[in-house]
Write a protein that binds this ligand. Structure first.
Ligand code: NAD
Length: 414
């Protein structure tokens, strides 16, 4: 593996100044999030929108259907928004060359392959970001920029996807079930974040809070707590249980007092990591790594009926209502789905990155270790061996060590 030392990058010097006057946007991905963002963008953006769909026969399928349906309709807060891309294709050169802004709206496991295809064709002034970033996006993105001699470009990531959304009909209809009150965003170089957040807020019609650095984004990736933590609580000791349809547990509303205690302990361990880092280098601002409860209140305030406890914030949050745990249908029963994205995304691109950061700063995270040990076993993956990040499947994760970040000094740059 090529070792990439981000600390040898000059964070600002010699960079092409990115333009926030976006005229041409490329969206990568054809899933729920990409379907939602096209009509949302069209509400206030009159420039060019291209869609990059390299996966399978998606581009051909999308183009055939969008010609029939004419546009994608999003239902959002009772409002109907329409939009269609100007061009959709599977060839990066065709749909990325002119982009001022590239939005990657894909599961984290697809980020790296998309970046490798897109980056060689981008202008130096283009800005490229992932929504949501999950953890460690910055390590992969900056390494790929460096490999392509494009290290002067600007990258960014958002803390979560601002919309809960589901495709109703491919290339035709998407339901936006809720929009977060505010979403955090960090950039590299860090200084660009305020201006970029304002530019993105304008075209996406959102409130976007600039975060001080990308390390905040990785540590404050709340999906890494919520998804593996609830899976652990719902299914520990019930791995082999055969559920009838009516017995499938609600995911968020199924959070018990005991599960909330585990989630709280995971959140406390991440906050303690932030404090340790701050004590090692007072110039690193991790003040926006919030506790899980504070984040729920920040993101969902009005949707939460009872704000009294962490458990109540989950079970009385309207945005989480009725969402069931991921299950596999097995002929006459249902079994917990341990290959679901709640683990497949939030362990290798979430909790393991936190474990790796803890290892770099020599901090203990016993509750996260327990959740990791159990959920990795369920996934059938060997990421950890005898408590250490030495498993054979570790190469498929976004831990900083995979990108040559071997000590605190290297980590601190992000
Ligand atoms: P999705 O499952 O709808 O995305 C599927 C799309 O991903 C496919 O259409 C294809 O375009 C692309 N894809 C899949 N595998 C690929 C590969 N190997 N290479 C290239 N492209 C590939 O996902 P989504 O619901 O749009 O979610 C996007 C991200 O947002 C994920 O990280 C998800 O966890 C997060 N998120 C989604 C929601 C939501 O409500 N949809 C809510 C919170 C967070």
């Amino acid at each position: 593996m090529t070792i990439f030392y981000a600390h040898k990058l000059a964070p600002c010097a010699g960079r092409s100044r990115p333009s926030m006057n976006f005229q041409n946007i490329t969206i990568c991905g054809g899933g729920n999030a990409a379907h939602a963002v096209i009509p949302v963008l069209r509400k206030s953006f009159s420039g060019m929108i291209n869609l990059f769909l390299p996966y399978g026969d998606e581009a051909a399928r999308f183009n055939k259907l969008i010609d029939q349906k004419r546009h994608i309709t999003a239902t959002i807060d009772g409002m109907l928004l329409n939009g269609r891309p100007d061009k959709a294709g599977r060839c990066a050169k065709e749909v990325c060359q002119e982009a001022d802004l590239v939005l990657i709206l894909l599961p984290a496991f697809a980020h790296e392959q998309i970046l490798r295809q897109v980056v060689p064709f981008l202008k130096d002034t283009a800005i490229i970001g992932a929504i949501p970033a999950r953890s460690g996006f910055e390590y992969a993105a900056l390494k790929i920029l460096k490999d392509n001699k494009r290290e002067n470009m600007t990258i960014f990531g958002m803390q979560t996807l601002p919309w809960a959304c589901r495709i109703q009909e491919y290339a035709a209809k998407v339901d936006v079930l809720g929009t977060k009150k505010s979403v955090g965003m960090a950039a590299f170089p860090h200084q660009v974040a305020p201006e970029l957040a304002a530019g993105l807020a304008q075209i996406l019609g959102l409130t976007i809070e600039p975060l001080p650095n990308m390390l905040t984004l990785s540590l404050a990736n709340v999906g890494q707590i919520i998804h593996p933590g609830i899976m652990y609580g719902l299914f520990r000791g019930k791995e082999k249980t055969k559920f009838r349809k009516a017995e499938i547990p609600l995911f968020y509303q199924g959070v018990t007092r005991e599960m909330a205690q585990t989630l709280q302990a995971m959140s406390d361990e991440i906050l303690a990591l932030a404090t340790t880092i701050k004590n090692m280098d007072a110039s690193i601002d991790l003040g926006r790594v919030l506790s899980l409860k504070d984040w729920l209140l920040y993101s969902y305030n009005e949707s939460i009926a009872d704000k009294g406890s962490l458990q109540a914030c989950f079970v009385t949050n309207r945005a989480y209502q009725g969402l069931a745990a991921p299950m596999q249908h097995k002929h006459d029963y249902y079994a917990p789905d341990f290959q679901s994205r709640y683990l497949a995304e939030d362990i290798p691109f979430g909790l393991l990155v936190t474990k790796a950061i803890a290892q770099l700063i020599r901090a203990d995270i016993p509750v996260i270790d327990e959740v990791l040990s159990t959920t990795c076993r369920w996934m059938g993956k060997e990421y950890i061996r005898e408590g250490l990040l030495e498993g054979k499947d570790l190469k498929d994760t976004r831990i900083p060590q995979n990108y040559g970040i071997a000590n605190f000094k290297d980590l601190a740059v992000y």
